[in-house]
Design a binder for this molecule. Sequence first.
Ligand SMILES: NC(=O)c1ccc[n+]([C@@H]2O[C@H](COP(=O)([O-])OP(=O)(O)OC[C@H]3O[C@@H](n4cnc5c(N)ncnc54)[C@H](OP(=O)(O)O)[C@@H]3O)[C@@H](O)[C@H]2O)c1
Length: 332
Amino acid sequence: MADQSEKMRAVVAPRPGGPEALEIELRPRPVPSDGEVLVRVEAAGVNRPDVHQRQGHYPPPPGVTDVLGLEIAGEVVALGPNAGSHRLGAQVTALVPGGGYADYCVAHETNALPIPSGLTAIEAAAIPETYFTVWTNVFDRGALKAGETLLVHGGASGIGTTAIALAKAFGARVIATAGSDEKAAQCERLGADLGVNYRKDDFVALTLRATEGRGADVILDMVGGDYVERNHQAAALDGRIVQISFLKGPKAVVDLRPIMTKRLIHTGSTLRPRSPAEKAVIAEALRAKVWPLLEAGRCRPVIDAVFSLAEVAKAHERIEDAEHVGKVVLTT
Ligand SMILES: NC(=O)c1ccc[n+]([C@@H]2O[C@H](COP(=O)([O-])OP(=O)(O)OC[C@H]3O[C@@H](n4cnc5c(N)ncnc54)[C@H](OP(=O)(O)O)[C@@H]3O)[C@@H](O)[C@H]2O)c1
């Protein structure tokens, strides 16, 4: 049993600001409650929502720690009451509502999965946030099927690289947009059938050309703003557009006609505020359908850079300079 009285390092942003607003504090180790496990964190993924939280735009849901970090990998060192699905010493990766940027973190046992065999803790820590998000949005809400076409914006992002990998692994065609020729080419090297530099080329025209005029069956969008109307133009008959963020703004003027004539479904979702039980449903789908692919090497998280916990400000700078391809990870 871990000594709960010991202090640990934890990263917080007491005041909104740039990467320099991040501070490492000494905090008591968290104590696992009912159904939770305590994990000694070996690696923690860094995600754009952490940047939004640091900037003061994305506060943790009620009751969740102010320590940053949405995903971890490490060793189970204590079990809370009624937690029985992971043994002490097990190596797990977990989706957490907060608290990942620390030496220790609690996770609901149903939101933790064994580290896929053959993957390092760094790779495993890069999985939960984007794999849960892509699964629930592209495959659940978007119902992407083999033979269909996925258009993913931000193709070089953590989310984008995961969407490319999973859509290809499940037999879809993938068009990915990114902000430079180099990043568009990188998307193609990662498996996308077409990478589009949106600063130079019109993704609507290129999507229609690549699909013989049909359009994309599913569009995963984190951009919003004027992309809303353009996504409707790029969508196929019965297309599904799934909104997961709005980097260009939450409001748009929309021509409603394509929604009606093409019978489009425009939906969206957030992951963090969902209950552990809702996240457990996604975890079980991943365990059954995606873990075997990870263990067979048919998909793998793309690691852009690794920083120590003490270098957390550099990790956020790396995310914000938008030069990264894939995931940034912290190690303790
Ligand atoms: N709804 C959910 O459940 C959920 C869950 C997780 C993440 N998210 C959201 O998904 C997005 C991606 O997360 P991530 O961690 O993968 O982020 P990330 O790796 O930092 O990637 C974000 C990418 O978006 C592109 N971008 C930035 N500003 C843009 C703009 N104004 N117009 C067009 N593209 C822009 C950049 O790529 P280029 O330079 O190539 O354009 C950047 O690499 C974030 O907005 C995050 O909040 C949502």
